[in-house]
Design a protein around this ligand. Structure first.
Ligand code: ADP
Ligand code: MG
Length: 150
């Protein structure tokens, strides 16, 4: 699915829309250069999952865990977690294993979103990842092209 947004707000709203479809256990793998809107989209997802704390970029801490509302299979909605990971600075995947990322991936009560996920493909191997590829539009400065699914 290919989508185009025309402002930061639209990308945020798209993130909220994606969140409505999530049940828990999903891993969102975001690809795309700096400034393509990965963090913006993730902020929207977080808002959609009821995260109340402000989302700040985890570039230096690699991973942040927030309390969230997870729908579950029965759509009831229960307490769970939203995990935001940014592996931009990660050189090898061992560091991510050490901070315990793997334990969150695919957990039923957790939605994870990973910026620069293509850098840690090995860690994600065998896991079901919803790939979201972001790019800058060719014509307009504020245009972003967002491809969901491979
Ligand atoms: N359509 C758009 N969607 C998202 N961000 C946009 C858009 N148009 C312009 N921008 C700008 O692009 C930047 C995106 O930043 P950010 O979400 O941090 O990207 P990334 O995490 O990919 O580096 C922001 O400065 C934002 O104002
Ligand atoms: Mg970012």
């Amino acid at each position: 699915m290919l989508l185009v947004t025309k402002s930061q707000k639209e990308t945020f709203e798209l993130g909220k829309g994606i969140a409505r479809k999530l049940r828990g256990g999903e891993i969102l793998g975001l690809e795309g250069d700096l400034g393509t809107g990965k963090t913006t989209l993730i902020k929207g997802v977080a808002r959609g999952l009821g995260v109340k704390r402000a989302i700040t970029s985890p570039t230096f801490v690699l991973m942040k865990v927030y309390k969230a509302r997870i729908k579950g299979d029965n759509n009831a909605g229960k307490r769970g977690f939203f995990v935001h990971v940014d592996v931009y600075r990660v050189k090898d995947e061992q560091g991510l294993i050490e901070i315990g990322l793997e334990e969150y991936l695919g957990k039923k009560d957790t939605v994870a979103a990973i910026e620069w996920a293509d850098k840690v493909r090995r860690l994600l191997r065998g896991k079901k990842v919803i790939w979201i590829k972001m790019g800058i539009g060719k014509k307009k400065e504020n245009e972003r092209i967002i491809k969901i699914g491979k």
